[in-house]
Design a binder for this molecule. Structure first.
Ligand code: 13P
Length: 257
């Protein structure tokens, strides 16, 4: 299976800077590599990028969607409006949960994505306090179960889960702690086995699982060597085209499937 490498640019790069970055990144990507590369830019960049990118090398996704297709929701953008431009939507990122998104809303956004033919990348992860109290797996399994509440066995094969422990995310300030493969293995296994419990073995095998949190060009190999994951969700390091290209390249080299 091709590895899935996703760039979450967060609130960085206006359209001109976005085009500049992909123009430098694309020549470094070999379309024959067994890697699917997805860029999640700010929503204002989606249309100019859609007209610019080489679609044999890059796909686009949104960092957020609304759970309804239209209506009186000032400042929001729906999956129905982005359909045709994006293949993926990030849902429930911890930086949005911190602004008040809860699992009920996230479950409705996952349903909206599916309804509009868009693949959800659902983010789950525990904070440092929960980790120190040995609650990581419980917190993550509870989030996952609630976030998938509206997903059927047929639909789960099209879902991507991203495990992003909050204590490992750098938030652009370089303060994320580095998570080693041993720090995250048990939680990743708990995620896959929860999906198997909920949807049977086929669901667990089909669902793609990513790791995210301070992944960079130097340490990505450690994660890519893990059997538990199918790809990476990269924040800060995806803003540097050379580093992000190295991560893409490493993903192909480490792919033994
Ligand atoms: P960093 O890679 O900057 O830690 O961000 C991770 C993340 O939040 C990606 O969604």
């Amino acid at each position: 299976m091709a590895r899935l490498i996703v760039a979450n640019w967060k609130m960085n790069l206006d359209p001109a800077a976005a085009i500049k970055l992909v123009t430098k990144l694309e020549p470094k990507i070999d379309p024959s590599e067994r890697v699917e590369v997805v860029i999640l830019p700010p929503s204002i960049d989606l249309y100019p990028l859609d007209e610019t990118i080489d679609k044999t090398k890059l796909k686009l996704g949104a960092q957020n969607i609304h759970y309804l297709d239209e209506g009186p929701f000032t400042g929001e953008v729906s999956a129905a409006m982005l359909k045709g431009v994006i293949d993926y939507a990030l849902i429930g990122h911890s930086e949005r949960r911190a602004m008040g998104e809860d699992d009920k809303l996230i479950a409705k956004k996952v349903a909206a994505a599916y309804r509009n033919g868009i693949t959800s990348i659902v983010c789950i992860g525990e904070n440092l306090d929960q980790r120190e109290h040995k609650l990581s797996s419980k917190v993550v399994v509870d989030q996952l179960t609630a976030d998938l509440a509206l997903v059927t066995a047929e639909e789960v094969k099209d879902i991507v889960i991203a495990y992003e422990p909050l204590w490992a995310i750098s938030h652009g300030d370089g303060k994320g702690r580095h998570a080693t493969p041993d720090d995250i293995r048990a939680v990743l296994r708990a995620i896959r086995s929860t999906v198997e419990d909920l949807y049977g073995e086929a669901g667990g095998v089909g669902m793609r699982l990513l790791y995210g949190g301070s992944v960079n060009a130097d340490d990505c190999m450690a994660y890519l060597g893990m059997d538990e994951i199918d790809g990476l969700l990269v924040g800060g390091d995806s803003l540097n085209y050379e580093d992000f290209a190295s991560i893409i390249d490493a993903s192909d080299r480490e792919n033994t499937d």
